[in-house]
Design a protein around this ligand. Structure first.
Ligand SMILES: NC(=O)c1ccc[n+]([C@@H]2O[C@H](COP(=O)([O-])OP(=O)(O)OC[C@H]3O[C@@H](n4cnc5c(N)ncnc54)[C@H](O)[C@@H]3O)[C@@H](O)[C@H]2O)c1
Ligand SMILES: N[C@H](CO)Cc1c[nH]c[nH+]1
Ligand SMILES: [Zn+2]
Length: 436
């Protein structure tokens, strides 16, 4: 007999609604002093002792019996072997997902551009891929082959020359589907290491782990804290927190579908957040009943229960406009518009990592195979950031090619501004190019 589930209810008409909602949304990502201290110690040890520290932390935190870093390196041939070890059904699904993700991301590729001014001066931007990217694939509580595809494919589409993946293998248990996904996505090298030690190794390099230019991919609090600390030494994509889903429903979708959509993100993590917003009070009750009915049937029942009890909420609003207002305020990672005409509301959505339109578009389809990336901004950061994409693996250099006539015109402007800043060398350098 499993314990009943208590899921919070809020009403947007309540004068205290904003304060209660803010309290529920707050998630202190990397502010834990003890975690911070431990991560700093791990990073320092990896910088000082390189591979030796990486092996030691992998033994300690992942329970892997390795004595040398060579035991934690998987060559490309091992990835190819994994592809032969999975079922043909799994292989077909991986390949189909990879193809859809690739097609979607091809459209994000930015090209170099230039334009020529009347005096012959050429201005533009040269877009180049990163030389080497590091992919963090989480592996502590669950294995994520889909995250391998979502991280590696945009890097390859951008033209990154070398893609290095790290993934922890608790107790040395290798997940063949993860390695097969790495093979399909074109990952070049895999290290079976995780946590802050893997992030530090990628950021600073060791004798065996190559230093990368950017580290991407989600992870737990140790990974997120480490990424924050190494930022500047390397680029990072974002600090991803626990998964989130916000469903806005007009009350006409099957309540079992909505309950399962909420479970789909709650099952990731005890800290994951699942929220339902509806103007239909009776519907919120029906979903609560579905939750109670379906929860005992779930494999990850305890994780879902904890997530829903601590951070889940059913919110009653006055109408659909208010539902959209609440969604914008939350700026969720995933927003499901489970309503009759989602296009009608789309222009009003200002902040969301990904928007799932209509009753048939379960968020889970986006997690695995629709095409868009599943690495998305969390914890309200969709207010200012975007899904992981090809653009995260490309950078831009400005191009300036002055004609003699152009340099003469610009030289006069630069000279005046440089002398205004008392930077005489700048002024004289520009003035040399002025035609007398
Ligand atoms: N946003 C996304 O796209 C996305 C996708 C998949 C997973 N996720 C999230 O990523 C997270 C994955 O977390 P996870 O724990 O399963 O895997 P993880 O790989 O992020 O973390 C495992 C590592 O944490 C380190 N660690 C664990 N306990 C430690 C301790 N006490 N001290 C020092 N280091 C320690 C270990 O080195 C271990 O290798 C979850 O929160 C999940 O929701 C997000
Ligand atoms: N929903 C996760 C991102 O928040 C991604 C994922 C991977 N596997 C299943 N789901
Ligand atoms: Zn998911």
């Amino acid at each position: 007999m499993t314990a009943p589930i208590a899921i919070r209810r809020l009403n947007a008409a309540d004068p205290d609604f904003a304060r209660q909602l803010d309290h529920l949304l707050s998630w202190e990502s990397v502010s834990d002093g003890a975690v911070n201290q431990r991560v700093l110690e791990i990073i320092d040890a990896v910088r000082q002792q390189g591979d030796t520290a990486v092996v030691e932390f992998t033994r300690r935190f992942d329970g892997v019996e390795a004595t040398d870093i060579s035991e934690l390196i998987l060559p490309r041939e091992r990835l190819e072997l994994a592809l032969t070890r999975i079922s043909s059904e799994q292989r077909v699904a991986l390949e189909e997902s990879a193809e859809r993700v690739r097609l979607y991301h091809e459209r994000q590729k930015q090209d170099s551009w230039t334009y020529t001014e009347p005096d012959g001066t050429v201005l533009g931007q040269q877009v180049t891929p990163l030389d080497r990217a590091g992919l963090y694939v989480p592996g502590g509580k669950a294995a994520y082959p889909s995250s391998v595809l979502m991280n590696a494919i945009p890097a390859k589409v951008a033209g990154v020359a070398e893609v290095v993946m790290v993934v922890p293998t608790p107790r040395g248990e290798i997940n063949e589907l993860v390695l097969a996904a790495a093979c399909v996505a074109g990952v070049d090298r895999v290290f079976t290491i995780g946590g802050a030690q893997a992030v530090a190794a990628l950021a600073y390099g060791t004798a065996s782990v190559p230093r990368v230019d950017k580290i991407v991919g989600p992870g737990n609090i140790y990974v997120a804290t480490a990424k924050r600390h190494v930022f500047g030494q390397v680029g990072i994509d974002m600090i991803a927190g626990p998964s989130e889903i916000l469903v806005v429903c007009d009350g006409q979708t099957d309540p079992d579908w909505i309950a399962m959509d909420l479970f789909s993100q709650a099952e990731h993590d005890e800290d994951a957040q699942a929220i339902l917003v509806s103007p239909d009070a009776a519907f919120l009750y029906r979903v609560a009943e579905s939750i109670a009915k379906l929860l005992p049937t779930m494999e990850r029942v305890e994780i879902i229960r904890t997530s829903l009890a601590n951070r889940g909420v059913l919110i009653q609003v006055k109408d659909m406009s208010q539902a959209i207002e609440v969604a914008n305020r939350i700026a969720p990672e995933h927003l499901e518009l489970s309503v009759a005409e989602p296009e009608q509301w789309l222009p009003q959505i200002r902040h969301a990592g990904a928007i799932f339109m209509g009753r048939y578009t379960a968020e889970a389809l986006g997690d695995y195979c629709a095409g868009p990336n599943h690495v998305l901004p969390t914890s309200g950061t969709a207010r200012f950031s975007s899904p992981l994409g090809v653009y995260d693996f490309q950078k831009r250099s400005s191009i300036i090619h002055c004609s003699a006539a152009g340099a003469s015109v610009l030289g006069k402007v630069a000279s005046v501004l440089a002398r205004g800043e008392s930077l005489t060398a700048h002024a004289r350098s520009a003035e040399y190019r002025i035609k007398q």
